[in-house]
Write a protein that binds this ligand. Sequence first.
Ligand code: PGA
Length: 260
Amino acid sequence: MEVIVLPTPADTAALAADIIERLLTTKPDPVLGLATGSTPGPLYEELTRRNKEAGLSFAHARAFMLDEYVGLPVGHPESYAAVIQREVTDRLDIPAGAVRGPNGAAEDLLAECALYERAILDAGGIDVQIAGIGSNGHIAFNEPGSALTSLTRPKTLNARTRQDNARFFASLDEVPKHVLTQGLGTIGRSGHLLMLASGEGKADAVAKAVEGPLSAACPASIVQLHRHATVLLDEGAASRLTLREYYDDIWANRPAWQPL
Ligand code: PGA
């Protein structure tokens, strides 16, 4: 696990975009893992800029989403499929059929989850997985108590998550109670996990995930278990870390032979 603290979300977005650009320019069949929420917004903007202005192409890429609400009608503007289409894929040259998320409107949700896991494996696995962290320590929609080896499955949202996400809906009552989400085991299989966080509101969750015990109580602590995880933080999100000086020292003295 590497923890990198940079001054602003724009700086962490630029570094995350460098990692994704390297994947897109070196692998003939790259597979991205896309996250929703506010955190990856600056990263998607930077990728769009590089696509439009610097010729970074996504035409050969495929992508899988982390999660989806259950119970929203297909095409609902706050369904994660619609959000990813609107905020990411419509702005890039990635083929529409190359982006897939778990279908929260499927009749048989358990079968849909099994199919989703199979689709990720059939694609050769996710090369770079983008993720945020919830203020309660969740990653994707793996709420506290999630099994560390879990695969894609339905989950019930925690009250705090519903409250956090109510800003996207007309009222708290409209936030779905159930979701489909990649599991912690699914995320653990990705080749490179990029966990981003910004703002002081995430500082407690980040400190628990990065420096607390590996625990289902803080699902994002699986960054500690991942073979290749990079945690990209702005100053606010990093403000409760105790090993901050060491992280800065590693970053300042990074040898050229050590890739991100
Ligand atoms: P946010 O959500 O980026 O909107 O803060 C992160 C998450 O819940 O994983």
